[in-house]
Write a protein that binds this ligand. Structure first.
Ligand code: ADP
Ligand code: MG
Length: 877
């Protein structure tokens, strides 16, 4: 350390505190990187790696990017999963002695970026903080570009579910115990993890009071909720450490409880393709894509949030439904709202830019133009023939004063930079007016001199030019100089190969005036702009509030539009547990193939006779589509949206589970049978009688017999122990027997029509079980070579004749012994299943230790055994 140059010492001193970031070290017009940072950056940014003498034996690896184009390089590093610390010269190099003082002025991380090119305008960019206190976690998250901040307490086991819902870009957390859990989800979802976050080292409450008022903190009772408090302190510490400033766009914390929203686990979210598709994680093809008819970025973000967290409170859901209903059939109202909203920019993020002092004059005009539309929106709502919508209008602050301020002061087409002038209207400030006149007048004067000198000298090609070193000059070509005499007041200043440049006293005097004025006006305009920005900043809460209402109206209008255009109906919400859908459709599939080509289907489920539906039918028949459609309609109703059906009566459900069997799940290529079973176990542990469970071909990932046995046992368990509404699609036709054994279970199948060797899918769900797989038919549809189809049919016939499956059963290995599942004799099959239960009873009797029993114990055992035998029924005994 001793040997290194003073500058390098300064570098290392600063770098020490930013080990996890690439340090951009400002040297003149460049940001330079050294050592490991330089090696990484040169690789990621594809720039040359050089070296610099640093006093040590070996030169320090170095690379650099120009200050002016640094944004694109920073973006690229962030996209590649790095953080960037920006270190600037914080004193004027011309006046400082020795090494210029340097400081990190901001750290840019995925969760704290403000740069538009790194943000999705219709998605919040959340930074999440997790504070662990025993098995409770305080979770808080914030989007610093909009100021949206949320906090809650959850059980540790629900962490992944919460993360899947929020989809943060970056996570900080207090306890390394969480490493393993977080590693996995962060890789899958491209989340930046800050290991060992130092922002929890000091949990000083002061930081809270820097962002929020004392009254507000007291109102939220924050100081008494340890987990939330510390999670927020960590969050704010991190923001302060990276942004180095306290901004008042962060002024609000939404504290919620998990049970305020429907819980949807990560598998269900992925399987239902709520905001992105399973396969390529794109928005296109997801539920969000079909629903997104929002006109503003703010509305787009809110819509996503509504989809991610459906409500479970009947009144809240109905409030949304009623508002949407008022707009839905009112074409003019819908269109008028859209028309105004279309011209509203992202006010929320503009507020963020104001707060972080990043707004440019052009964006200030975008803000003005957006504010301009707000009174129109208000009037449209007020004049509409509605009740609830109208009352929303009254909450809208028209922000006339802000509009006036910007309109009076800033040019309609200002520059996008702050320090080059061309920002402020002359009418706004007398000084600007005078200086501007001087500069425009000055250029006019120069033109005049040029014309005059041309005449005076007779040199037609004489011209007046300007450069930074010599200022204004008169340029005459050498050819002309030979031919003409230059006036005596011309002072030779510079000789070029083809021409000479001259100045005159007059020219210099005018030049000084002009340059002075230009310099001054730039400074003045900058200063005035900062004042205006500060003035607007003082009103940021008001503007944010309006932005929230605009987003809300946008989403309601969006749902109304979707409901109208896609022919959705208003669901009735009940708490009786009865789910009834008439002619329901799958919102995404129908949007792809067209409503007219989609075969609608009914659904009846309740908590009694129709608890569980077993759905059989060939591959490609439409089972998965049907079941997902039931979940999506239920989910949409909970979001407060209309639903794709002719009529729908939807009960409040606490959770929706959707699980797809291994063989169907291509999403992450990692679905082993073990994963499938873990997920089913999760469902069985968490479902209540108010849940909706969709099981799609569960048990397929293993051999037929264990698969079938498991599927059978799972359905029994759900029916008896949980009692939740369940749809279970299966290949195992044997499961249709459950209908005869249990009251709550009913069979359904997807109708197909056989036409000779071919089948036609009718896509209609009907009562009853299907007893054929039509696998070979489907293979034929898929254009497998004729030879194979023919041969497969032959083999199938043989198999059916000889029933080799039966002969291959190893009775001691499988749970259900001595079974003949391919047997078409229903009665016999049932008897076989009962044999299984009888066998269990026999086993139990065999294992009794009678010698060690008291007479009372023996009586009890006998009593239990008798009950079990009775439960089987006597016809088989
Ligand atoms: P399964 O799960 O029975 O194998 P899927 O649900 O995957 O069948 O459906 C197969 C295809 O059939 C889907 O890709 C879809 O295009 C089409 N389909 C499914 N249900 C319908 C329907 N109700 N109306 C029209 N087409 C449908
Ligand atoms: Mg399927």
């Amino acid at each position: 350390m001793k040997k290194v140059t003073p500058m390098m010492r300064q570098y290392l001193e600063i770098k020490k505190n930013y080990k996890d970031s690439i340090l951009f070290f400002r040297l003149g017009d460049f940001y330079e990187m050294f050592f490991e940072d330089a090696i990484i950056a040169s690789r990621v940014l594809e720039i040359a790696l050089t070296g610099r003498d640093c006093g040590l034996e070996e030169r320090a690896p170095m690379c650099g990017v120009p200050y002016h184009s640094s944004n694109s390089y920073i973006s690229k590093l962030i996209e590649n999963g790095y953080k960037v610390a920006i270190c600037e010269q914080v004193e004027d190099p011309s006046t400082s002695k020795g090494i210029v003082k340097r400081e990190v002025i901001r750290v840019i991380s995925p969760g704290t970026v403000m740069e538009e090119n790194l943000l999705d305008n219709k998605k919040n960019n959340y930074l999440m903080s997790i504070y662990k206190n025993n098995d409770k976690l305080g979770v808080s998250y914030i989007d610093i570009t909009t100021g949206d901040c949320y906090a809650t307490i959850i059980e540790e086991q629900n962490l992944i579910e919460e993360i899947a819902k929020v989809q943060p870009r970056e996570i900080i957390y207090s306890d390394d115990v969480l490493n393993q859990k977080l590693d996995k989800i962060s890789i899958l979802n491209n989340i930046y993890l800050n290991k060992k976050s130092s922002c929890y080292y000091s949990l000083d409450e002061d930081i809270l009071f820097k962002y929020f008022t004392k009254e507000y903190i007291e109102k939220l009772n924050l100081l008494n909720t340890v987990e939330i408090k510390y999670s927020l302190i960590g969050l704010l510490n991190y923001i302060f450490n990276t942004q180095k400033q306290i901004t008042s766009n962060i002024n609000n914390i939404n504290i919620y409880k998990s049970k305020d929203y429907m819980s949807i686990d990560i598998f269900t979210r992925t399987n239902l393709e709520l905001t992105q598709t399973l396969r390529n994680k794109q928005k296109k093809g997801s539920l969000l894509y079909v629903l997104d008819k929002t006109n503003t970025a703010m509305g787009g973000r809110l819509l996503r949030k509504w989809i991610e967290q459906p409500l479970v409170n009947k009144e809240k859901i109905e409030k949304r439904l009623n508002l949407i209903e008022e707009i839905k059939d009112n074409f003019n109202l819908r269109e008028d709202i859209s028309e105004e909203l279309k011209n509203i920019y992202d006010i929320e993020r503009l507020c963020g830019k104001i707060a972080f002092e990043k707004i440019n004059p052009k964006e200030m005009i975008s803000l003005k133009e957006s504010i301009e539309k707000i009174p129109n929106v208000k009037n449209i709502l007020l004049n509409s023939d509605t009740k609830h919508i109208k009352s929303l209008a009254n909450e809208i602050d028209e922000l006339k004063d802000i509009h006036l301020l910007i309109d009076n002061s800033i040019l309609n087409e200002p520059s996008i930079t702050l320090k080059d002038g061309n920002i402020i209207k002359s009418s706004f400030d007398e000084r600007v007016k005078n200086l501007r006149e001087l500069t425009t007048n000055g250029t006019y004067l120069i033109k005049e001199i040029e014309t005059r000198e041309k005449e005076k000298t007779g040199i037609k090609s004489l011209k007046i030019g300007f450069n930074k070193v010599f200022g204004y000059y008169i340029e005459i070509t050498k050819a002309n100089l030979k031919q003409f005499q230059v006036p005596s007041n011309y002072i030779r200043k510079q000789t070029l190969s083809n021409s000479e440049r001259f100045i005159t006293d007059e020219l210099k005097q005018i030049e000084e005036k002009i340059l002075n004025a230009e310099e001054k006006i730039k400074e003045l305009e900058y200063e005035l702009f900062i004042n205006i920005r500060t003035e607007v900043y003082k009103n940021i809460n008001r503007i944010q509030k309006v932005a929230k209402i605009i987003a809300y109206i946008d989403v309601l209008n969006c749902f109304a539009k979707v409901a109208y255009e896609n022919n959705y109906c208003k669901p009735n919400i009940n708490t009786s547990g009865k789910l009834s859908i008439l002619n329901g459709r799958h919102p995404v599939v129908e949007s792809i193939i067209g409503e007219e080509n989609f075969v609608p289907n009914d659904t009846e489920l309740d908590t009694d006779n129709f608890k569980i539906g077993i759905i059989t039918g060939p591959n490609m028949a439409g089972k998965s589509t049907y079941m997902r459609q039931v979940s999506l309609i239920t989910l949409l109703a909970h979001i407060g949206s209309f639903v794709p059906a002719q009529n729908a009566d939807i009960p409040i459900v606490d959770r929706i589970f959707t699980r797809v069997g291994a063989s169907d799940d291509l999403s992450q290529g990692q679905s082993t049978f073990m994963v499938e079973m873990t997920e089913v176990s999760h469902i069985l542990k968490n479902a209540t009688k108010n849940s909706l469970v969709i099981l799609d071909e569960i048990g397929r990932g293993t051999s037929t017999y264990d698969g079938l046995s498991l599927a059978w046992a799972i359905v029994e368990y759900i029916n008896e122990k949980i009692g939740c509404k369940t749809l279970f699609a299966t290949h195992y036709h044997e499961l249709t027997e459950l209908e005869n054994k249990f009251k709550g279970i009913k069979n359904y199948c997807v109708a197909v029509e056989e036409k000779g060797e071919d089948i036609i899918f009718l896509r209609k769900i009907i009562r009853g079980g299907s007893d054929q797989s039509y696998g070979i038919h489907v293979a034929k549809l898929a254009n497998l070579p004729c030879e194979i189809i023919k041969r497969a049919n032959e083999i199938l016939k043989d198999l059916e004749k000889n029933d080799i499956i039966e002969k291959n059963i190893n009775s001691s290995e499988v749970a259900i012994t001595n079974q003949n599942f391919s047997d078409k004799n229903e009665e016999l099959k049932q008897i076989n299943f009962l044999n299984y239960e009888k066998e269990n009873i026999l086993k139990e009797i065999k294992s009794l230790n009678i010698i060690n029993m008291t007479p009372i114990e023996a009586m009890n055992v006998l009593y239990n055994l008798q009950n079990k035998v009775k439960a089987i029924g006597d016809d088989t005994l």
